[in-house]
Design a protein around this ligand. Structure first.
Ligand code: IPM
Ligand code: MG
Length: 360
């Protein structure tokens, strides 16, 4: 039987509880479709700081490099907010993305039909649902540019730098074009080229590649307009291609269109089959340990792992179908509406496991 090696990073806050459910679901999918997993847990973020004083232990990187893929919960929390930038839990997350070369972040924003009413958009705007793929550059831009503090004209100041090289833009643009080819052949590249020089280079570079993908209709949009269009008429988008920081912001917005940030999964890829899979939500320390967190973003991240890294599309589809089915009657508090049954984190995990085990 095929055995996949997974590095598992539960992280902080609700991370461990949602990852636990995702692993149960992966095991059920393996049992149903004939493979199994060898999990190696590792530390990242706040728990790693508590255990060894650093947010990204060398050992974690070693385990990840030896694995077929990585599943991550969430990192961070108020407990570590007082630490300086490089020692914060988030530095561990950015560090692991950079160290593993995970430059392409795929964030699908889909409205599962039973969740239509949980979206804050009017029903006539959501219509038959929503299906947008956001492709976010993940290892460049202002997240990784030069930053610091200095004195300017006698007063304290701080700066961060947005910078992109042509090869960085080209490789993420290709991910965007190829994704569009697999979907609706529409790519919208989002920038702020009316103001930022880095955005002008971004736009030029993406435009230059377009003739290589003649089937894909390329458009460009300023990020402020995109934020507005996402709520005005989200159906105009198929694939959105954008920089690290714009992708961070727009993906939170897109997640809410889908009803809850607790629903959105993501894949971070390095060009080959290796990837890191994580929900786009944070560690939600306010609800950690209460058994009420929505595990579906983590579970759907596990489905993406099966699809993109392990080439087990049937298992991935079975998980998605199970989620879809469960949502018709069962809801965690973040997506609860009257008429459904309100359940907790573990019960949602069980509901998905049961549906996978009995799927045909
Ligand atoms: C995300 C998160 C991270 C990011 C934080 C936790 C550093 O918001 O994955 O969207 O900004 O990339
Ligand atoms: Mg974010």
């Amino acid at each position: 039987m095929k055995v996949y090696r997974l590095a598992v990073i539960p992280g902080d806050g609700i991370g461990p509880e949602i990852v636990e459910q995702a692993l149960r679901v992966l095991d059920a999918a393996g049992e149903r479709f004939g493979f199994r997993f060898d999990y190696t847990p590792c530390l990242l973020g706040g728990c790693a700081i508590d255990a060894g004083g650093t947010p990204l232990p060398e050992e974690t990187l070693r385990v990840c490099r030896e694995a077929d893929s990585v599943l991550l919960g969430a990192v961070g929390g108020g407990k570590w907010d007082h630490l300086p930038g490089q020692q914060r839990p988030e530095a561990g997350l950015l560090g692991i993305r950079a160290a593993l070369g995970l430059y392409a972040n795929l964030r699908p924003a889909r409205v599962f039909r039973p969740l239509k009413d949980a979206s804050p958009l009017k029903n006539e705007i959501i219509a038959e649902g929503l299906d947008i793929m956001l492709v976010r550059e993940l290892t460049g831009g202002i997240y990784f540019g030069e930053r610091g503090r200095r004195e300017q004209n006698g007063v304290p100041a701080a700066y961060d730098t947005e910078q992109y090289t042509v090869p960085e833009i080209e490789r993420i643009a290709r991910v965007g074009f190829e994704m569009a080819q697999k979907r609706g052949n529409k790519l919208c590249s989002v920038d702020k080229a009316n103001v930022l020089e880095s955005s002008r280079l971004w736009r030029e570079t993406v435009t230059r590649l377009a003739p290589e993908y003649p089937g894909v209709a390329l458009s460009h949009m300023y990020v402020d307009n995109c934020a507005m269009q996402l709520v005005r008429d989200p159906h105009q988008f198929d694939v959105i291609l954008t920089s690290n920081i714009f992708g961070d912001i727009l993906s939170d917005e897109a997640s809410m269109l889908c009803g809850s940030i607790g629903m959105l999964a993501s894949a971070s890829l390095s060009g080959g089959s290796f990837g890191l899979y994580e929900p786009i939500h944070g560690s939600a320390p306010d609800i950690a340990g209460r058994g009420i967190a929505n595990p579906l973003a983590a579970i759907l991240s596990a489905a993406m792992l099966l699809q993109y890294s392990l080439n087990e599309p049937k298992a991935a589809l079975a998980i998605e179908a199970a989620v879809h089915d469960a949502l018709t009657e069962l809801r965690t508090p973040d997506i609860y509406v009257e008429g459904c049954q309100k359940i907790g984190t573990a019960e949602m995990g069980t509901a998905i496991v049961e549906r996978i085990s009995r799927c045909l």
